[in-house]
Design a protein around this ligand. Structure first.
Ligand code: AHM
Ligand code: MG
Length: 334
């Protein structure tokens, strides 16, 4: 029988690589892994809620049944609160920062930005969803952590990852020393190292974009899409279009097969849809750590200076050669 390294074992073995190795970041990652398992359990029975729940949407314990994105948010915040390593959370589910005021976390050093259940509109139709997280060291030295602790540039992340609740559930993360992927083995309830040292192919044949918005895209993006669709045997075009509408799932596929994911500005939304702090920054760092490229159209995503918690940015991420080709189109229209 093959033996796998579990996420817990892997974290401990690699703890020495962390810049401030005292075990706190390891424990934080472990806490996120535990919450992910709880969320996975609920996501897996999403279709059963109407069958098992009573008409007034209460479960057998008499608790009100929550929407899964609210449930996921509660699980992650609860795990971070009881773990004691995180002082402040920025979540897609909360307009303001969530300060974790407990006797344990007053000295906690880490800040977590999280999208607890990204692509949650896909749950009702049994399509993959994900969790995206980003971890920073707190800047302030004492007192209560503040918004300034959260609004750090993406290149200051100390860990970032995503969980994909798909046909199998995977946790993929980086601490700046490459990217490793762990698949949840439901029979033992452990994430096991299945994709060590993930590398995104240098180029690919998949482009992922919501083409329904085509008319609203900037000219450079329209030109690039046309390029993807043109026939050219030397570069294996036309490319294949694949868009799930769940960023984690689209990114994960492109990580494995090679490809580019695009969410540009549109004539309706000048910054696109995706949020910088808990969607674009963590995914951008993972893509870069896997050898790919992640840009906003005006430079590297990780170089953006954040101004507000829920700010948005156009995002183009994926195989290096494909993103660089897109950059040529952007340069040509500027
Ligand atoms: P959400 O955080 O509200 O779920 O929205 C983010 C999701 C991404 O996962 C996905 O890439 C994108 O929204 C899809 O948006 P659209 O339907 O506009 O293509
Ligand atoms: Mg989201």
């Amino acid at each position: 029988m093959r033996s796998f390294l579990t996420l817990g074992q892997f974290i401990i073995e690699n703890q020495k690589d962390f810049p401030y190795a005292k075990g706190e970041l390891s424990r934080l990652l472990r806490d996120i892994g535990i919450a992910a398992k709880l969320v996975n359990r609920e996501v897996n029975k999403a279709g059963l809620v109407d069958i098992l729940g009573s008409a007034d949407a209460t479960n057998v314990q008499g608790e009100e049944q929550k929407k899964l994105d609210v449930y996921a948010d509660e699980q992650f915040i609860q795990a971070l609160r009881s773990g004691g390593e995180c002082c402040i959370v920025a979540s897609e589910e909360h307009e303001d920062i969530v300060c974790i005021d407990s006797h344990i976390s007053s000295t906690a050093k880490y800040v977590v930005c999280i999208d607890p259940l990204d692509g949650s509109s896909n749950i009702d139709v049994n399509v993959s969803v994900g969790t995206i997280f980003s971890i920073y060291r707190r800047i302030s030295v004492d007192g209560k952590a503040t918004l300034d602790d959260v609004l750090q540039q993406g290149d200051r992340q100390v860990a970032a990852g995503y969980v994909i609740y798909g046909s199998s559930t995977m946790l993929v993360y980086t601490t700046g020393k490459g990217v490793n992927g762990f698949t949840l083995d439901p029979s033992i309830g452990e994430f096991c190292l299945s994709h060590p040292n993930m590398k995104i192919p240098e180029s690919g044949q998949i482009y992922s974009i919501n083409e329904g918005n085509y008319i609203k895209f900037p000219q450079a993006v329209k030109n690039y899409i046309k390029y993807c669709q043109e026939e050219d045997s030397a570069s294996n075009r036309p490319y294949t279009s694949r868009y799930i509408g769940s960023m984690v799932a689209d990114i994960h596929r492109n990580m494995l097969l090679g490809g580019i994911f695009l969410y540009p500005s549109t004539s309706s939304y000048s910054k696109g849809k995706l949020r910088l702090m808990y969607e674009c920054n963590p995914i951008a760092w993972i893509i870069e750590q896997a050898g790919g490229k992640a840009i906003s159209g005006e430079g590297r995503i990780l170089d953006i200076k954040p101004e507000t918690l829920h700010q948005r940015t156009p995002a183009f991420l994926g195989s290096k050669a494909m993103v660089e080709k897109l950059e040529e189109f952007i340069a040509a229209t500027n």
